[in-house]
Design a protein around this ligand. Sequence first.
Ligand code: PRX
Length: 663
Amino acid sequence: MATKKSVTQQSISSVLSEERLFPPPDGFSERNSIGNARALARLRTQAAANPVAFWEEQAQRITWRKPWRRALQWKHPHAQWFVGGKLNAAENCLDRHLDSWVRTKAALIWEGEDASQRTLTYQQLHAEVCRCAHALQAYGIQPGDVVAIYMGMVPEAVIAMLACARIGATHTVVFGGFSSDALRDRINDSNAVCLITQDVAFRRGAEVDLYSAAATALKKTPSIRNVLVVQRSPLQRRLKPGRDEWWHQAVARHEGSHAAQAFDAEHPLFILYTSGSTGKPKGICHTTGGYMVHVATTMDYVFDISPRDVYFCTADVGWITGHSYIVYGPLSQGATVLMYEGAPNYPGPDRFWDIIARHRVSIFYTAPTAIRAFMKWGEQWPKRHDLSSLRLLGTVGEPINPEAWMWYHRVIGQGRCPIVDTWWQTETGGIMIAPIPGITPTKPGTATMPLPGIVVDVVRKDGTSCKANEGGLLVVQHPWPGMLRTVHGDDERYRQTYWSDFPKARGREGWYFTGDGARRDADGYVWIMGRVDDVVNVSGHRLGTAEVESALVSHPLVAEAAVVARPDVVKGNALVAFVTLKAGAGTDDIDALRTTLRNHVAVEIGHIAKPDDVRFAEALPKTRSGKIMRRLLREIVSGGTVSGDTTTLEDFSVLEALRAGEE
Ligand code: PRX
């Protein structure tokens, strides 16, 4: 069944106002390849006048084996970029660095949770990728075949992805925290012929038995012919003969060089599954040329990356952030990528700060949910370490509450580092809305403005543009190179989900609907108000629940908050806030605290947004990528039972505890 987001007639009331403005720190802009504010304004004007010409210019960043004939072929809603061009994505991440000094510097610095370390130079990473590429070809894997990767954060995950890209196989990485059922469904939907996995992964000191989970899935995945298993633990285990093979044995048979074939710009690079608000996961399909151009461009413009940086992105390779900003983006730019295997609080809550200090990390990219956890653990942890190597901070994944932004800026960035709040999606492939560090003045809580070459608007249901500060729907109005091409095996779902709300009409091309509510302030900054399905109507006013959450989190006792609606006879909807408190926050008088928090929201936003109920919880239900599963909370408040899909929930006990609190 096609997923269809509901879009209502009314506009969304925006109630959060944030006045703080942070000018770019002196000296930073000299480094950025755009130069200065005037050059950026000029670039924006040129790109707005001709986005395709802008992207053609950016495409020079990539090594093409054959030039494209046509930069964009757009037959709504299907785009092809750099048509006729040929390239190899792995060659763009590796081989192109082998004839400069970058060759002998670290491409990957890996740190295991158990403190083991491995460093692979570009030259070494290239050799490993070549060996793996040969091993996959020895299995008979052909261009266009799908290879599933189910691994933790080990260098072989990156090697496997690049080896697939090198031979033209399409990878589908399944996050190592997913269950065997989820793996099975993704393998079957993608028809993968090979699985690359590992014996165990480490998480918070415990072993996660990936091989056993994979073996269970493989009982019902008839398309898989070969399984390659990385050995992470010294303990030996038996593999299934005939089908399975140890990685180290398979790659040892092959040499560290490999003649890479060039593939069409539109050759499928990967499929990545993402959950919709309902229904089965969607296999988001990305292709090669446009995607590489998009991630390479944003790595430069948004992260200001250079081969001298040590860049630490805390995402997992199983998510789009890991694909675009651990693997393809930074490696295409010759950066040094720091990859960490484990949890942020193992063995102590200062693991990240310890890593940053020891490796002299200069760019750090993480998620608001992690920042809120750091706040909860307390600033004594980062204060124990020397964070002076940091020069740029980034966030992604959800709206960042202004208070979390301020903490990140003050405690981690020590007031010195610009913060790039980056808005994008699995579907967009690369960053779409973000500041240019050193040039764009930032405001806590907004990803600021669309990048040059990206055309977005905030519109009403009828497609007319919203006024300044009027909440509406975030749309992308012109195709962009990193965009998804379709939903694997279900083009109708692709059309329905993304292109049916603003179809082609007289005088307008059809627009891509992001599913996000947003507003633009008087300076043109885009404020994401959360998913449209997280937007609720209270007494005739539509409220972005993310804004109420931000108000709650701005209270000194609150660590995290999730706000959902419960049907209410009088108001249409009543707001229920689920709140977790900071460590050590006194909770003797729960009723008094509840009243305090309700009043706090009333003061911050207004009575309209005051939650009708505030519930205190030890933890909130989250997906494995750290997003709060508001859908489950909605189901709890409107009936107490949870009937929908919970396969992406990280910790079931959280749900039990919340339900128990219901009685
Ligand atoms: O709602 C937006 C939110 O995350 C959604 C995309 O999720 P996903 O495909 O999992 O990709 C996450 C990593 C790119 C968006 O529709 N989102 C992402 N980044 C931001 C954000 N919301 C506000 N601010 C952001 N910076």
